[in-house]
Design a protein around this ligand. Structure first.
Ligand code: F6P
Length: 547
């Protein structure tokens, strides 16, 4: 593999002077050659600092990494999550049927049965057949979950909100900052509220704290313990912890441990989506993701959207040194997509050790960040255009926007196309001079103004264009990024499906919490003496303030 990375580096040096502006002027076929379309997504990667040869070198690397075999291994349920000894089989969750044996046992009957249970439950809540303990239909659903148990469903509910029923209203609370749960619950009536406790492990401190407060809120309204069955549903892989919490396992929708948190929106964790938008819309999302799975498995690498998106990312990160990567949807519906992708990419590939335990010799996940492009261009795009760091951008647009107002959509789309063009073309000193002269500026005043108005250009971006944000296309878009992450992990040789890096903070929280809450005068647990001076002083300060 090393010689191929070295060949890429040599190629990068050979094309260091590449000007995208010149490349487009010289080569009228560039945009067409560097665009692909699949599953309702048009992908133009021509505004990246690469050539046809770059693509060949990247594809050589993908082939040498046995990428097609690795894709097959994941999709057929091999234990690709080696550090946890299990499969990563989110593709099964969106498979419409068929047979998929894992360790000799077909997983599809359980997957389909769970999908049917979700649909029944969603129908019951939406139709009013599911009633609170006092016999009222459910008016509000509050989903309690964090990370992968919140970001995907919340993003999908927001993206497809134009399809949402007026009732029940679906709310999400992830933080353990109690002001948020209190704010959400304040206007709600306990007898018409259904809580969904979404936690794969059912041990996550933030979620369990919120679940306990929700239960206390229900009981404080005069409801009996027996009422809990009417107002709590659990989505989890841990039936024992669900029962210990006091939720009847019959009220639990389960999923297998081969569903990773950040890949779990397709599992029972998607229940809030099915309730908000209807199970039919949820199934269309699955169908869109499944279409992308089929494309990923069958399209040749050079025509394969997730593979190309991944390779372009590797080029920008590892060869051109981009430390971060921005996502800018020009679409209000997709406002929460950057947050979902942040977890997907950074929790999956934010690793510095390879599968064999050796340090990775090159950069892995960039910092992924972003928000809606139209807001961002009035906030942080300045840095993208003229800052000292190169930040590749994924622009995402949808042509139709159901419910938009006359005249708005062309303005929105024009802004997006303009930003991508501006990043790529820039504006030279001569162009600036001509513009300033035309505006009447001369002499020293003109020359002083020039450097501030020059745009270096040559800044890379991808354009992902959808016809509209509908369940199918959203499913395909999210699956596209999931598979992008898988491809990058394969080339970086890291495990995309574990997240050991989140553990230490949890351990230290468990140690610090009793130190903050121990009563005044009581002996502070001995671990207080094991902290560094800064942390110990901060603990003392917080303790004093909380007292
Ligand atoms: O702490 C990180 C993490 O484990 C994520 O990987 C996961 O999505 C999230 O917490 C929530 O976990 P759970 O669904 O088990 O509550």
């Amino acid at each position: 593999m090393k010689p191929l990375w070295e060949a890429l580096a040599a190629h990068r040096d050979a094309i260091a002077a590449l000007s995208l502006r010149d490349a487009f002027e010289r080569d009228p076929g560039r945009a067409e050659r560097m665009s692909r379309e699949a599953c309702g997504i048009f992908f133009d990667f021509s505004k990246n600092r690469l050539t046809d040869r770059t693509l060949e070198c990247l594809l050589d690397l993908a082939h040498a990494s046995n990428l097609p075999a690795r894709i097959e291994a994941m999709c057929r349920g091999d234990r690709v999550n080696a550090t946890e000894g299990r499969a990563a089989l989110h593709v099964a969750l969106r498979q419409p049927g068929g047979v998929l044996p894992v360790d000799g046992v077909d997983v599809m009957p359980d997957v389909l049965a769970m999908r049917a249970r979700m649909a029944d439950l969603a129908h019951a809540v939406r139709s009013g057949a599911w009633q609170g303990h006092a016999g009222h239909p459910i008016a509000d659903v509050v989903s309690l979950g964090i990370g992968g148990s919140a970001l995907g469903p919340r993003m999908a509910c927001q993206a497809l909100r134009h399809l949402a029923a007026a009732s029940p209203k679906v709310h999400f609370v992830s933080t353990v900052d109690g002001t948020e749960l209190a704010r959400v619950l304040a206007p709600l009536a306990p007898e018409t509220t259904l809580f969904i406790v979404a936690s794969k492990s059912f041990t996550t401190q933030e979620t369990m704290t919120n679940a306990r407060s929700a239960r206390a809120w229900l009981l404080a309204s005069g409801a009996s313990e027996a009422a809990i069955a009417h107002h709590f549903v659990a989505l989890s892989s841990n039936a024992r912890a669900v029962a210990e919490f006091g939720i009847d396992p019959a009220q639990m929708l389960g999923f297998e441990d081969w569903v990773g948190g950040r890949y779990s929106v397709w599992s029972a964790i998607g229940l809030p989506v099915a309730i908000a938008l209807g199970p039919e819309a949820f199934e269309q999302m699955l169908a869109g993701a499944h279409a992308m799975d089929l494309h990923f498995r069958s399209a040749p690498l050079e025509a394969n959207l997730p593979v190309l998106l991944a390779l372009v990312g590797i080029w920008n990160t590892d060869l051109l040194g981009a430390a971060t990567s921005a996502v800018a949807p020009y679409n209000e519906c997709l406002a929460l997509l950057p947050a979902h992708l942040q977890q997907l990419e950074m929790e999956s590939n934010g690793k510095s050790v390879r599968l064999d335990g050796t340090p990775t010799p090159r950069a892995t996940s960039p910092v992924v960040w972003g928000n809606t492009g139209i807001d961002a261009q009035h906030a942080w795009f300045q840095m993208l255009h003229q800052g000292t760091q190169m930040v590749p951008v994924d622009f995402i647009i949808a042509i139709d926007a159901p419910g938009t107002l006359p005249g708005h959509q062309p303005i929105l789309l024009a802004n997006c196309l303009a930003q991508a063009e501006a990043l790529m073309c820039g504006r030279t000193a001569d162009e600036v001079r001509r513009e300033l002269a035309a505006a009447g500026l001369t002499g020293q005043a003109l020359e002083q103004a020039v450097p501030h108005r020059v745009f270096g250009g040559n800044r890379p971006s991808n354009m992902l264009m959808l016809d509209r944000v509908d369940p199918q296309t959203l499913g395909a878009l999210v699956a596209l990024y999931e598979h992008k992450v898988f491809v990058q992990a394969a080339l970086w040789q890291v495990n995309a499906f574990d997240q050991w890096g989140v553990e230490l903070g949890k351990v230290l929280t468990a140690r610090i919490l009793p130190e903050l809450t121990a009563e005044a005068g009581s002996r502070i647990p001995t671990s207080a003496r094991t902290h560094d001076a800064s942390t110990a002083a901060l603990i003392a300060r917080v303790r004093q303030r909380l007292a």
